[in-house]
Design a protein around this ligand. Sequence first.
Ligand SMILES: *Cc1c(COP(=O)(O)O)cnc(C)c1O
Length: 599
Amino acid sequence: MHTYGIDIWGEDNFIIENGLAKLNYASKPALVDIVRDIREQDFKGPLLLRFPHLTRLQIEKLYTLYNNAINEYDYKGKFNAVFPLKVNQLPNFLLPLIKSGEEFGYGLEAGSKAELFLAMTYNKIGAPITINGFKDKEMIHLAFIAKKMGHNITVIIEGLNELKMILEVEKETSLPTPNVGIRVRLFNSGGGAWAKSGGIDSKFGLSSTEILEAYELLKSNNLLHYLTMIHFHIGSAMTNIKPLKKALKESGHIYAELKNMGATNLKAINIGGGLAVEYSQYHRTTQYHLQEFANDVIFTLKNIAKQKGVEEPNIFTESGRFISANSTVLVTPVLELFSAEYELSNLRLKKDNPPLIEELNELYKDMNGKTALEYMHDSMDHLESLLKLFDLGYIDLQDRSNAEILAQLIIKKAISLLEIADYEELKRIDNKIQEKYLLNFSIFQSLPDFWGINQEFPIMPITHLDKKPTRSASLWDITCDSDGEIEFNAKKPLYLHDVNLEKEEYYLAFFNVGAYQDTLGMRHNLFSHPTEVNVVFENNELKLEKIIESQKIIDILEDIDYDTKEIKKILKSSLDKSTYVILKKYLNENSYLKTSWSH
Ligand SMILES: *Cc1c(COP(=O)(O)O)cnc(C)c1O
């Protein structure tokens, strides 16, 4: 059985049973049944299925890992975690996360004013809030206000100017002062594509000289007791544990030094995010076990505290990708297989055909298991020659159409003959005989990291999984942009099923899309977010909650600042009434394509 690497990326959250991809939870619903349910309510186009129980599971996992390690090493500090809002701020994702985190005291991290407003509004009083990123005085003022609301908030400064602004707001207002953290600029940076977050030439953090200056500033203003946290974040998706260990040592010693200098309220080290998620469906890319990771953190900090004779620090983490990625699955309907029009019934051979076409026809008729591979090669050569002849004006459009149909028919026949006999042979020419699948979605909107940084996502059809996929596949989205394609890659081949879309439905799912994709996505061609839904369970019973339909065309236009009244007025004035009524209906639908399967 072809399992699309589910044992590598699936973490037992999804299973394949009776040819269907299923959720491995509660009544184990098939994804296709959920999809049909939603489509029956007339929400067509791509879908984002969100599974809040998976977010909850990840939060539980995170706390369990660290608390296990704390017990194992008899560590005296406490474990705390916050969710970095930039990873996913959408309400359908975030509000259930906050609810699930309540019993753990799980907090939020904000990196902008808008995110801080979200944290101030929705974070549970008592659960920590941390603020990172560049700030102005207004943002710092907001932090003071959050403190007044009763929030346990720490402003992590990225530079001395921010500390000076804190001192100013402290003097100018009568608001309570939030805790202060210092982001350290590490000598040891992380690896991976996001390494710019750490390192000596990083965009963020204070150098050791600046840390000493910050210490003096706080002390001379009698505010040293507000310094509570040392912070670093070496980058996202760490595949290796070594850079983190180095960063831990460096920041652990900074913590201990400051403490010994007299920063008595300094009690925590915030190790940022970066826990990796397995996106590959071919081989494991993450080279550590999560428990090993947590153990290393606790062990390293314990040793430093012992060496320098200071209290073992509380630990904060800000992992976002790890918490959110697996909670969201993108399901896209397949609209078309490009070779579908190459049907025998469309073949219109003439009485007199060019010799190469006659030969193609012979190849097609005579092919058997033994000759399949050879004939397929020959047919591709013939097709190439025929296309050249067309360019030179020696054959006509009908000949060309016949040539293309015959070549495709030969490929299909060969695949079905070879499927059993010599599948391996086929793989050698996958590149040449691939099928193109047109998917009802926009890569720019729904998989921006694929477009931007070549991020892989696990891809799997949600039905037909008991059948052997025989077509090497490249995937096309519906934008008018040639970058809206996931090309077939022989090193990481994707095989899909040869389906007849007039008779059956076929959906592809992209997994682990819950981190970063939602708000990074862009409205290229004015495609907005897919229809989304929270799939929740009450007493084992599945419920679809909070369906948010993909944006209406008229709202998208309003979003990019068109005067929609004017648009309607212009259209109305140039059309008769009944046509305009139809037009208005279309304006109030989303821009994805409509498919109508017979069942
Ligand atoms: C982005 C970011 C995170 C989250 O990183 P993940 O790789 O998603 O875990 C945490 N902390 C800071 C400061 C960040 O900028």
